[in-house]
Design a protein around this ligand. Structure first.
Ligand code: GLU
Length: 334
């Protein structure tokens, strides 16, 4: 009898557990936005998008009859960065991701790292902030320009990150390989600042929006680091050879102790998705950001300069997703 009671109660438990599971599954569809390291700007970008979506979902839920539309909920975990995100979107694991404009271009065209792995279903949603490619060097290493990196310990970034790929493109343009440096490390963006501050590396390369708290830490810790200039004919060649690169400046005073402008080249951070993601979802994500724009811009100081009319074209080489186009037309932006 006791046995029967027990199995009856566990059956009931399973029944109720599955009931509540189906009701969650029915009321909301979950999706993922790939970002970058926890101390970068992509992580804030992905989470800001989710926040705007949840905000507009809540107001929509208040104003509509129960059960008239599907609800979407998202998460924006920290990841390895641009190329990792694009790969996960191609594999159907992520529905959106933040990615540099250069890697968006290469993935959709099957060039550079994406040669032989072209992802022609990659779609653009909008672009976000500028990301100057920065080489930060600790003061005592006395590195003034790219040639000053010769014989130094340099973090070239984790595989999968946008900066790793862009660093390799820069090295190609400069005609050097890893043997140019004393040694290289593959630390993630959240590990590299501590390594620089501890004197374990002399410099690191990073494409990231500014101002950024982790770079301020590099500027103020024992390393007293600053971004070096990346100029000259090789860098000019990179910029003039591709629409996804542009000249970039980190104005003096952006970081503590930064007495001069840092002149370099840079990319745009962009939000991408796949042609296989539904028009409805991409429309709702786009609308949530655009219709809560002032709030979105407040989510990170790097978003201060964003303008809608530029976001729908700058740095985008993959075709716009139809769901994004639908919103841009409706809002009179296109
Ligand atoms: N641009 C970097 C990347 O593509 C990420 C920068 C960030 O996390 O803000 O991996």
């Amino acid at each position: 009898m006791r046995k029967i009671m027990l199995s009856l109660s566990s059956a009931l438990l399973i029944f109720f557990a599955s009931l509540s599971f189906t009701s969650i599954a029915k009321s909301a569809e979950f999706f993922t936005i790939g970002t970058g390291g926890p101390t970068g700007v992509y992580f804030q970008t992905g989470n800001a998008i989710c926040k705007m979506l949840h905000k507009s979902a809540i107001s929509a839920e208040h104003g509509r009859k129960k059960g008239t539309a599907k609800a979407y909920r998202c998460t924006a975990p920290s990841t390895g960065g641009s190329n990792y995100n694009i790969g996960q979107i191609a594999a159907g694991e992520f529905q959106f991701g933040v990615a540099q404009s250069d890697w968006q271009f290469h993935a959709v065209n099957g060039s550079s790292k994406w040669e032989g792995k072209q992802f022609s279903d990659l779609r653009a949603v909008f672009s976000v902030h500028n990301e100057p490619f920065q080489i930060w060097a600790r003061k005592k290493a006395k590195i003034k320009d790219f040639n000053g990196l010769k014989g130094k310990v340099v973090n070239i970034g984790n595989p999968g990150s946008g900066q790793r790929g862009t660093m390799e493109e820069l090295m190609k343009a400069m005609g050097v390989d890893n043997s140019f440096f004393k040694s290289t490390t593959e630390l993630t963006s959240s590990e590299q600042v501590k390594a620089l501050c501890d004197g374990k590396i002399d410099a690191f390369g990073y494409s990231v929006g500014f101002p950024n708290g982790a770079m301020e830490q590099a500027a103020t810790c024992a390393a007293k680091a600053s971004p070096i200039n990346l100029t000259g004919s090789e860098v000019q060649g990179l910029i003039s050879g591709a629409d996804y690169y542009a000249k970039a400046v980190i104005p003096k005073g952006t970081y503590t102790g930064q007495k001069k402008d840092a002149t370099t080249f840079g990319v745009k951070a962009t939000v991408v998705t796949s042609a296989s993601v539904s028009e409805e979802l991409v429309y709702l994500v786009t609308k949530a950001v655009m219709e809560n724009f002032d709030d979105f811009k407040k989510q990170h100081p790097a978003f201060g300069f964003l303008e809608k009319k530029n976001m729908i074209k700058d740095g985008l080489s993959a075709p716009l997703h139809p769901g994004a186009i639908k919103y841009y037309k409706e809002a009179g932006l296109m």
